[in-house]
Design a protein around this ligand. Structure first.
Ligand code: DLL
Length: 444
């Protein structure tokens, strides 16, 4: 049998992927039962949720059909910040076996928790993600998502291991070593952000390594927006089939949705995550096919169930059957957000965090702009900030020391290195409405 066909059959029939093909009525039944249970659990264990339900005069028993989900209150990122660190947990700490964290809108991160059962579900949805990308036992997977508080590394790691593949837990960075291992270990699949893979392609070229000659055949790319033209570039320059995978810490991490071999949108693992699309301005639920903000409800999370989470990611849903045979609905690739968060080298950044970092240092004015560029696939960030007239007319030495202090402060706050450029007062364009803080010149 042809290797490709074999891969596909193995992928398609991986036992963990069975729910991908559930008859729709059965899927709705599973969703409804899980929704009722999760609403009850949240009501009983999460103060914020109970208060919001009580304010609306709603009780868990009012959820009598799947459509009743529309009556439930939304959850937003600030709710996680306001209840920092553990206020939304629905399980006692004795049952929580893992914590992860991601950037919040200010200096404090948002914290997410998992029980052992939650980790099992997360692993299963990652197995389904990787199987949909045609991975199977015998694959050698280089996992270049960051390990640590970021969910990418451990999420992909446990999924690949449970699939039966061989995992190389290399984490992010150290590009030359990544290329050496890709080559020497005969790696067949890589997991990382798409922009980092483009950087790998370019660096490999400089080092005289032709990725097209390696056994590498699949890329599992996500954690940031990317485009069809990036996919084309990757496929043409590496012969790697590029799959888009989506997820967010608040919901579980990677493993919320993933492309299949048809590459026509991302299948949502609907038996665990219930999707809706809303108008980001009014909150009204939009019909299938309309573009709007993706809202997700965790249907099986124990430690931290999240009801109607406003992801801020803009996309549209389709329930049309996919040629791959999965009955799961799909959303189109996420290209933008409805808030000002941007993602650089896989790290989520809010302009407000940069502002906080700048204002912690004396001598700057609250006029700044963030310039994002991409050099050889690698994201660069420069913060331009106006300094006070006194500082500006001071000696070169004091300007330099101010610049260093600012770079340090930004790095401490974001966990990310950024260049800081000091500019004269009144050089940054003033806006009559919302200040334009971010100039994104990266070509997606
Ligand atoms: O980025 C989880 C993840 C890790 C997904 C590895 C895929 C692969 P957070 O750090 O919480 O979690 O960031 C979540 O990243 O709301 C989107 O704005 C963006 N994002 C994630 N995947 C994609 C994607 C992880 N495939 C935020 N396309 C989300 C576009 C994505 N944006």
């Amino acid at each position: 049998m042809q290797a490709e066909l074999w891969n596909d059959i193995l992928g398609k029939f991986h036992p963990a992927s069975a729910p991908d093909y559930l008859p729709v009525e059965q899927l709705r039944q599973v969703q409804f039962q899980r929704l009722q249970a999760i609403v009850r659990r949240s009501y009983e264990h999460v103060d914020l949720f109970r208060q919001r339900m009580d304010d609306r005069g709603l009780k868990p028993e009012d959820i009598r059909s799947l459509e009743d989900i529309h009556r439930l209150p939304f959850t937003v990122k600030n709710d996680l910040r306001d209840t920092y660190p553990f206020g939304l947990f629905a399980s006692p700490m004795q049952e929580i076996v893992r914590l992860h964290a991601s950037s919040g809108t200010t200096g404090k991160p948002i914290v997410v928790a998992y029980t052992r059962e939650d980790l099992e579900v997360w692993t299963t949805v990652m197995v389904r993600t990787l199987a949909a990308a045609g991975l199977h036992q015998g694959d050698i997977v280089q996992n270049a998502y960051g390990y640590g508080l970021f969910t990418g590394g451990l999420g992909a790691h446990y999924g690949a291991e449970a699939l039966g593949a061989t995992v190389i837990p290399i984490s992010g960075g150290n590009t030359e070593r990544q290329i050496m291992i890709l080559k020497d270990f005969k790696v067949t699949a890589i997991c990382c952000t798409p922009s980092y893979f483009i950087h790998l392609i370019e660096r490999a070229g400089e080092l005289g390594v032709n990725l097209k000659e390696l056994p590498l055949r699949v890329g599992v790319f996500g954690a940031e927006p990317w485009s069809e033209s990036m996919r084309q570039y990757i496929q043409e320059n590496s012969n790697v089939e590029a799959y888009d995978i989506y997820g967010l810490s608040e919901i579980t991490g990677p493993g919320v949705a993933a492309e299949c071999r048809c590459h026509k949108g991302l299948h949502i693992f609907e038996d665990h995550f219930y999707p809706e699309i809303i108008d980001p301005e009014t909150g009204a639920v939009l019909p299938e096919g309309c573009e709007g903000e993706l809202v997700l409800t965790t249907l099986s999370k124990k430690a931290m169930p999240i009801i109607r989470y406003r992801t801020r990611d803009i996309t549209s849903l389709t329930r049309q059957r996919c040629e791959c045979g999965r009955t799961l609905c799909r959303f189109m690739r996420v290209g933008r957000r409805s808030d000002d968060m941007f993602i650089i080298r896989g790290v989520n950044v809010f302009p407000a965090q940069v502002e906080t970092a700048l204002l912690q240092v004396e001598g700057t004015l609250p006029h700044y702009q963030i310039l994002l560029t991409r050099d050889k696939g690698l994201d660069e960030m420069e913060v331009q900030v106006e300094v006070t007239p006194e500082i500006f007319s001071d000696t070169l030495g004091s300007l330099e020391s101010l610049q260093q202090k600012l770079e340090y402060s930004v790095e401490q706050t974001l966990g990310l290195r950024s260049a800081v450029r000091l500019v004269e007062p009144h050089t940054i364009q003033r806006s009559e409405g919302k200040a334009k803080r971010v100039i994104d010149q990266r070509k997606l």
